[in-house]
Write a protein that binds this ligand. Sequence first.
Ligand code: ADP
Ligand code: 5GP
Length: 210
Amino acid sequence: MRRGLLLILSSPSGAGKSTLSRRIMDWDPTIRFSVSATTRAPRQGEQDGREYYFRTREEFQDLVANGQMLEHAEVFGNFYGSPRGPVEQAMIEGRDTLFDIDWQGGQQIRNSALGRDVVSVFVLPPSIAELERRLRGRAQDSEEVIAGRMSKSRDEISHWAEYDYVLVNNDIDTAEQELRTILMAERLRRDRQPMLNDFVRGLNGEFERR
Ligand code: ADP
Ligand code: 5GP
């Protein structure tokens, strides 16, 4: 069985990571979403344990101190981190894990012992005007929060070239198709198909029996 891979999606806030994540998991329900822990307050409709584990700063610091975080970072004044246990479990089960994390988290996982299992994808908006429209259209954040996120976008975008793949999310159907293509190709890499050794041995056995 192949090891699960770690699909990391990053983008400036509002470029469409969550939308793409939902779509790719509808397409392949075996993909596990890495539910992050965060100290930020839940948005309307968000449930503890589904979008995030909502934790106090103290609880978050304990998780970090106990080595339970694969990576963690401060984003927009709150802490965010990816719990380690479920990721390791999914890899053993041969299931892929999807991360919706910022560039700091992407960098930490890429530089960790799990680096060779990472496939990283950066999502760019078609324009900055459209990015702002999408942030407002989501209608879940205050003006102040939106302004803060816009001012951070440039910093996030500056890390685009650290990623294996880059998508421009103009049309969502096209972007989803491109993300599927990336995942399909990465799953077919020779080193992700350990079963091929036995398979080719079988083919050779067939040659010998002719
Ligand atoms: P992120 O997770 O990167 O912050 P979201 O997935 O929440 O971004 O998307 C922000 C908003 O933009 C949402 O309202 C979403 O429906 C919308 N959106 C995402 N992709 C597109 C697209 N290609 N065209 C138009 N709107 C989009
Ligand atoms: P939001 O508050 O909009 O849900 O997320 C804000 C930013 O934090 C997004 O860029 C998101 O990708 C990032 N983020 C969410 N979870 C994590 C995490 O576990 N680790 C890191 N490093 N970033 C995260």
